[in-house]
Design a protein around this ligand. Structure first.
Ligand code: GRF
Length: 198
């Protein structure tokens, strides 16, 4: 399975996928919206990279989406993985790679969508949050859910400590899901998404 990975930050999720990739997973490129550690990790691993920089208030959003779409298409991926990509992927990209983009989110969707999921869950006072892998549709963190795993919230948690524990779970879940999709494919029917195990 040829995978293009999109990431914007420190890239520990990306690193987990790079480290675990077996012969079923071929990371054909890593793309970002900004210079970041994730791109450095990809370069260190010998994976081709691209950067379609987004600058709020300066960048034409539709043009940015078209360029991103073209860049991804150059690598002809079977799957696009958004792993810590901190931009909303627009309809141009979502439609071109429909049902082939998955995202990992640090909360149990549909609770706490958006960019501040960990802080929102902590501030709400939930006792359990977690990680969700879902298909990307045209909404913000609204697509069909592929897999979820819970993480308990501890009384003394800060956003940082909780996010670190969630990320440990996210990395393991993502690696498992990718391997499963590579081996068995992903079936999507309306709101339901599942991996057909033999
Ligand atoms: C992850 O928690 C991801 O779900 C969120 O940003 C984090 C990325 O972490 N959107 P890293 O950059 O891979 O370390």
């Amino acid at each position: 399975m040829k995978v293009v990975i999109l990431a914007s930050g420190t890239g520990t999720l990306l690193q987990a996928v790079i480290d675990s990739a077996d012969e079923t997973i071929d990371i054909v490129a890593v793309g970002s919206d900004r210079p970041c550690q994730a791109l450095e990790r990809a370069e260190a691993a010998g994976v081709p990279t691209f950067c379609v920089e987004y600058m709020p208030k300066v960048t034409d959003r539709e043009k940015w989406n078209r360029t991103l779409s073209e860049k991804i298409a150059e690598f002809d991926p079977d799957l696009v993985l958004s792993a810590g990509f901190m931009r909303i992927i627009g309809p141009t990209v979502v439609e071109r790679f429909a049902h082939r983009i998955i995202n990992t989110h640090p909360a149990l969707l549909p609770s706490f969508p958006g960019a501040h999921a960990v802080a929102d869950a902590l501030n709400y006072g939930v006792r359990v949050t977690g990680s969700t892998v879902h298909v990307v549709d045209s909404g913000v963190d609204t697509g069909p859910i592929v897999a979820q795993r819970a993480v308990p919230v501890e009384p003394n948690d800060t956003v940082e400590t909780l996010h670190e524990r969630i990320k440990t779970v996210e990395r393991a879940l993502l690696v498992e899901v990718l391997r499963d999709i590579a081996q068995h494919g992903l079936t999507i029917d309306g709101r339901k998404a599942w991996i057909e195990h033999p």
